[in-house]
Write a protein that binds this ligand. Structure first.
Ligand code: ADP
Ligand code: MG
Length: 417
C-alpha cells in the first residue's frame, strides 16, 4: 500500500511539473474555448502518455492511473474540441498500453459527454464555484466505483481506492489553483497595460482640452459683440444658439479637465456654510426658470477641509441634476448639519423623477448619462472630489418620488483661521 502511494505521488509530481513547464513556455494569452490551443492539447497528451504508460497496478490486476485528470482539465480549460481530441489521444495510447479498449471507451465516452454541458457553465463560475464543480464531478466516479466494488464483493479494493481518490482529488485542486492563478496573473497584466495606455491618453486629452478652451472664449466674446449689432431676428437666433452650444462645449471641457487634472493644490479649512449659500445663490436663477424652489436649512459656522472651488462644483452639479430631474414645478431641499458623531452631513433632496434601482449602481461611472445633452461626468467628478476629502456619497431614490444625495464629510481637526 505504502509503495503504491509513493508511486501515485510520483505521478502527481510529474503532472504538476508538466503543467508548470507548459505555463512557463506558453505565450500569455487567455484560453479561448473556440480555438484549439495546441500547446495545451500537447500538455494533456504528454500527461496521458506518462500516466497510462506507467500505471499503478494493484494486486489483482486493477489498474489505477491519472488519465481522468488530463481529460477533465482538457474539457474545462481547453474547450470541447481539445477535450474530445484528448479523449481520442487516450484511446490511441490505450492500444500501446495494457488497457481493455472497449471498457475504456464505454466509461470515458459517458464521462466526456457529461463534461460537455459542464464545460459550458464552468467558465462563468468564480474560483470557489469551479473547485466545487470539479470536486463534485470527480468524486462521483469513485462513488459509482465503490458501489460496483461492493456489488462485485471486492471489498479489499476499497481502502486502496479511497487513498488514490484522495490523491487524485488533491492533484486536481492543485491544478485548478495553478491554472486559475496563472489566468488571473495574465488578466491583471493586461489590465495594467490598458490602464497605462489610458493614463497617457487622458494626459494628452487634458492638454488638448486646455488648448481648446482659450480660442473658444475668444469666439464666444465676439459672438456676444455681434449680438449687439443690428441684425435680423433670424441671425440673432443663430448667434444665441451658437453661444449656447459653445457654453455646452465649455462645460464638457471644464468637467473633463477637473476629472483629469492631477490635484496639486493644498487643502484648506473653509466655511461650508458660505459655500452652500453661494452655490444655492448661483443655481437659483436656473431653478426659477423652471419654477423650482430651492429651500435651505444650513447650520451656521460649518467648516470643512478641502478645496473651496471643488466643494462648490460638487454642490452645483448636484443642484443642477436635481433641477433637471424635476423639470418643472418642484422643490429642492438643501440641508447641512453636524451630527453627534462629529461628521458633517449635507443632503440635497429633490422631488423629481427619481431613478430605478438598477440605475443607482451605475451612478458615478464616467460618461453615464440618461440625458440627451448630458455629459455623464457631473457625478463622476462629485464622487472623486468627495473621496479626496475623505468623505462619502450615498444616494436614495424612488421612481416618480425623488432623489436624495447625502454627503458625509469629516470635521477638520484644525480650527478655521
Ligand atoms: P449628466 O447630468 O450630464 O447626465 P451626471 O453624472 O450628473 O451626468 O448624472 C448622471 C445620471 O444620473 C443622469 O443622467 C441622471 O439619469 C442620473 N441622476 C443624477 N442625479 C439625479 C437626480 N437628482 N434625480 C434623478 N436622476 C439623477
Ligand atoms: Mg449632471
Amino acid at each position: 500500500m505504502v509503495e503504491t502511494i509513493h508511486h501515485l505521488i510520483l505521478h502527481v509530481v510529474f503532472i504538476l511539473f508538466t503543467i508548470l513547464l507548459y505555463q512557463m513556455f506558453s505565450d500569455e494569452k487567455e484560453n479561448d474555448p473556440n480555438r484549439v490551443n495546441t500547446g495545451f492539447l500537447l500538455m494533456n497528451i504528454v500527461i496521458l502518455i506518462f500516466t497510462m504508460g506507467f500505471p499503478v497496478i494493484y494486486s489483482s490486476g486493477y489498474v489505477y492511473d491519472f488519465k481522468v485528470i488530463p481529460i477533465i482539465i482538457a474539457f474545462l480549460y481547453g474547450g470541447i474540441r481539445v477535450g474530445f481530441l484528448t479523449f481520442l489521444a487516450m484511446l490511441l495510447v490505450s492500444f500501446f498500453t495494457d488497457h481493455v479498449f472497449v471498457k475504456l471507451f464505454g466509461n470515458y465516452a459517458v464521462f466526456c459527454l457529461l463534461l460537455v454541458p459542464i464545460s459550458k457553465l464552468y467558465r462563468r463560475y468564480d474560483s470557489r464555484g469551479k473547485l466545487l464543480t470539479i470536486s463534485l464531478f470527480y468524486l462521483a466516479i469513485p462513488f459509482t466505483r465503490t458501489i460496483y466494488l461492493i456489488y462485485e464483493n471486492e471489498l479489499e479494493q476499497i481502502p486502496f481506492m479511497i487513498s488514490s481518490t484522495i490523491i487524485i482529488w488533491i492533484t486536481l485542486v492543485l491544478i485548478v489553483y495553478l491554472i486559475e492563478n496563472r489566468m488571473e496573473q495574465i488578466r491583471i497584466k493586461k489590465e495594467l497595460l490598458k490602464a497605462e495606455k489610458l493614463n497617457v491618453v487622458s494626459q494628452l486629452a487634458a492638454s488638448v482640452a486646455h488648448e481648446i478652451r482659450n480660442p473658444m472664449t475668444t469666439v464666444r466674446g465676439f459672438m456676444q459683440l455681434l449680438q449687439g449689432e443690428v441684425l435680423s431676428n433670424e441671425q440673432k437666433t443663430f448667434i444665441s444658439i451658437s453661444i449656447k452650444e459653445l457654453d455646452r462645449a465649455q462645460e464638457v471641457i471644464n468637467q473633463y479637465l477637473s476629472l483629469a487634472k492631477p490635484q496639486t493644490e493644498e487643502f484648506e479649512v473653509f466655511s461650508l456654510t458660505e459655500v452652500i449659500n453661494d452655490s444655492v445663490e448661483v443655481m437659483s436663477t436656473y431653478a426659477v426658470m423652471s419654477s423650482i424652489k430651492i429651500k435651505k436649512n444650513v447650520a451656521e459656522n460649518l467648516s470643512i477641509q478641502g478645496l473651496k472651488v471643488e466643494m462648490q462644483q460638487v454642490l452645483i452639479n448636484l443642484l443642477k441634476n436635481a433641477i433637471e430631474a424635476i423639470k418643472e414645478n418642484g422643490e429642492i431641499m438643501v440641508k447641512a448639519l453636524e451630527n453627534k458623531h462629529g461628521q458633517i452631513i449635507i443632503t440635497v433632496k429633490d422631488n423629481g423623477g427619481g431613478m430605478p434601482k438598477e440605475q443607482l449602481k451605475l451612478l458615478g461611472r464616467p460618461y453615464y448619462s440618461t440625458k440627451e445633452k448630458g455629459t455623464g461626468l457631473g457625478l463622476t467628478v462629485c464622487y472623486q472630489i468627495v473621496k479626496r476629502m475623505k468623505g462619502e456619497i450615498k444616494v436614495e431614490s424612488k421612481e416618480n418620488q425623488g432623489t436624495t444625495f447625502t454627503i458625509k464629510l469629516p470635521i477638520p481637526n484644525v480650527n478655521p483661521r
